[in-house]
Design a protein around this ligand. Structure first.
Ligand code: DQA
Length: 157
């Protein structure tokens, strides 16, 4: 069974209350419930965590080694500042999908730069809570393709 870690960065614990016009009215537990439903439908294990602390996110990313096959992360404000999170992703060598609720490319200039995107498989931005579901789906698709390529490789004479 594939194991995917979903990380929510700072201030995402305030979803539903925080800038609802920008981030919507669904709470973090609503989002996590939808993630749980997707995981059951796909027959995968998804673990979800949230932290307001950069170092804690870094530690969790480091600890994925041997525990998870992919990472889906909304680094929130750390997207635009954190070399530490970027380096942790590279060190963990984990296929990563970066997700955002809002479309960071149609907002302030400082949000357009992501330290995480260059070390990710890709970025999904602007679809509200659906961004997480699309991100998990993309990570899962990547893992399934990789597994089927490895099987084909093994069968070669
Ligand atoms: C966000 C976008 C970031 O720029 C912002 O700092 C957030 C949330 C999003 O999901 O749209 O906290 O990551």
């Amino acid at each position: 069974m594939f194991r995917i870690l979903v990380l929510h960065g700072p201030n995402l614990n305030l979803l539903g209350i925080r800038e609802p016009a920008m981030y919507g009215v669904q709470t973090l537990s609503d989002v996590n419930m939808a993630i749980g439903q997707l995981a059951r439908r796909e027959g995968i294990h998804v673990e979800v965590r949230q932290s307001n602390h950069e170092g804690e996110l870094v530690t969790w990313i480091q600890e994925t080694r041997g525990q998870f096959q992919a990472l889906v992360i909304n680094p929130a404000a750390y997207t635009h500042t954190s070399v530490a999170i970027r380096d942790a992703i590279v060190a963990a060598g984990l296929p990563t999908v970066e997700v955002h609720l809002s479309n960071i490319h149609r907002r302030e200039q400082f949000r357009k730069r992501s330290y995480i995107a260059p070390v990710s498989l890709g970025q999904i931005s602007g679809f509200g809570p659906m961004s997480y579901l699309l991100g998990i789906q993309a990570a899962l698709d990547y893992l399934r393709m990789r597994e089927s390529d490895e099987r084909k490789e093994l069968k070669k004479p």
